[in-house]
Design a protein around this ligand. Sequence first.
Ligand SMILES: Cc1cc2nc3c(=O)[nH]c(=O)nc-3n(C[C@H](O)[C@H](O)[C@H](O)COP(=O)(O)O)c2cc1C
Length: 193
Amino acid sequence: MRVVLGVSGASGAMLALAAARHLRRLGAELHLVLSPMARRTLELELGPDAAPELIGLAHRLHDPQDLGAQIASGSFAVAGMIVAPCSMRSLAAIAHGLDDNLLTRAAGVQLKERRPLILLAREAPLTLAHLRNMTAATECGAIILPPVPAFYLCPATLAEAADQIAARAVDLLRLAPAQATPWTPPKGQDHGP
Ligand SMILES: Cc1cc2nc3c(=O)[nH]c(=O)nc-3n(C[C@H](O)[C@H](O)[C@H](O)COP(=O)(O)O)c2cc1C
């Protein structure tokens, strides 16, 4: 069960670590590709130990410039790919099939092979170009999962919110029974989100 985790330079670096931990817990063989800006946001948002920790969770770290890597080919069987977080630059490249680095190429491979591709597209507010690119990526077969907290679960910390978002992303790959905390209505109430 191989899974590609792409990490781009959008805010929300903790989503990458949370997704990697969930995938490892499921026993996935983790193929990691970090854009240069992802390394920068990991350090800025989480400190100098974050990138080494993330890389330590991967079975294989791929060079983002190596377009000859195994994950650049549809012949290398993988169950799917998550981009967490996904910048508007990477989203645009994926939506328009640019395949201009290993992250966007591997994402394009998932689309051409009709495998799941989950994009935790993060920006706020959104321009018309961002929205159009989300539509285009969806039309190509990707799933846009904006990393917004499940407010209805009342997360106590940012890490808890990120963990739930990452679990939802992993669940969308449908590799195993769902891991994310489900909504449960409080006793006496029969309506919820
Ligand atoms: C601290 C920081 C936060 C950023 N947050 C975002 C963001 O939330 N969304 C986004 O699209 N770009 C964000 N950027 C800009 C991207 O890093 C930049 O557009 C970059 O070219 C993305 O390239 P990549 O997709 O190859 O990682 C951020 C940059 C920095 C330094």
